[in-house]
Design a protein around this ligand. Structure first.
Ligand SMILES: [Mg+2]
Length: 216
C-alpha cells in the first residue's frame, strides 16, 4: 500500500483557526470500495428478520420501504415498530472494519488542518470510534455527533444540521462540511438547497477530499 500525503484542496476559508470542519464518516474518510455498508446492510436485514420474525427477503423489502419513507432503516423501525434504537445500532455496527486501511496520509492531512474537527454521521458513536481507530485518526477529532445526538433524525433532514450547530455553538458561516452523498450537501436542488440556505454551511464532496489525501 502506497498512500502518500498530499496537500489538502479544501475551500479557502478566511479564518482557518476558527473554522469548524464537519466530516461525514462512511465513504468519506475511507474509500467506498471498502464496502463496509454491505456488512451493515446484511446485519440490518438479519436484525429485522429476527425481531419481527420474518424472512430475510421480507426484511430487505421492509428495509427499502423504511429507507424511502423515513431516510433510515432505524427511523422506520422506531416509528412503525417501536423498536429500541440502542439494540439496533449495537447489532448492525458490529462489523469487521479491517477492509479499511490504516491511513497515515489522512492522519497527516488532518493534522495540518487548523480549526475544530467534528464527525457528523448518521451512524453510531461506537461505529465511528471503530472506524477512526482503524484509520488511526481518532485523536484528530474533537467530537463525534452521531445519530443519537441528532435525536435519531438523519441527514439530509435540516434538523441535525441545526442541532450540531446549536450543540457545538459555532457560526455556520465558519464551518465547512465534507461528505460523500450529494443529497446531503449539494446546494441547488430540493432538500439540500433548503438545508444549505438554512445553515449556510459551505460544503465539499468527499471524493474530491479523498482524492487529494490518498494517491496511488
Ligand atoms: Mg457517507
Amino acid at each position: 500500500m502506497t498512500h502518500v500525503a498530499t496537500t489538502l484542496r479544501l475551500p479557502q476559508v478566511d479564518h482557518p483557526a476558527e473554522t469548524v470542519w464537519l466530516f461525514d464518516l462512511d465513504n468519506t474518510l475511507y474509500p467506498a470500495s471498502c464496502n463496509l455498508f454491505h456488512q451493515v446492510d446484511a446485519r440490518m436485514a438479519a436484525f429485522i428478520a429476527g425481531e419481527l420474525t420474518i424472512t430475510e427477503d421480507e426484511a430487505r423489502l421492509l428495509q427499502k420501504h423504511f429507507y424511502r419513507t423515513y431516510g433510515t432503516t432505524l427511523r422506520g423501525l422506531m416509528v412503525e415498530h417501536n423498536l429500541p434504537a440502542d439494540r439496533f445500532l449495537e447489532f448492525v455496527h458490529a462489523i469487521d472494519v479491517t477492509p479499511v486501511p490504516p491511513s497515515p496520509a489522512l492522519d497527516a492531512a488532518l493534522g495540518a488542518l487548523h480549526g475544530r474537527k467534528l464527525i457528523f454521521t448518521n451512524g453510531s458513536i461506537r461505529h465511528a470510534e471503530n472506524v477512526l481507530d482503524r484509520l488511526g485518526v481518532a485523536h484528530r477529532f474533537d467530537a463525534i455527533f452521531d445519530i443519537v445526538a441528532a435525536n435519531y433524525v438523519p441527514k439530509p433532514d435540516p434538523a441535525p444540521y441545526h442541532e450540531v450547530v446549536r450543540q457545538y455553538g459555532f457560526a455556520p458561516a465558519l464551518a465547512c462540511m465534507i461528505e460523500d452523498l450529494p443529497r446531503n450537501l449539494v446546494p441547488g436542488a430540493g432538500r439540500a438547497a433548503r438545508l444549505t440556505s438554512a445553515c449556510g454551511v459551505p460544503m465539499v464532496g468527499a471524493a474530491q477530499f479523498l482524492a487529494t489525501v490518498t494517491t496511488p
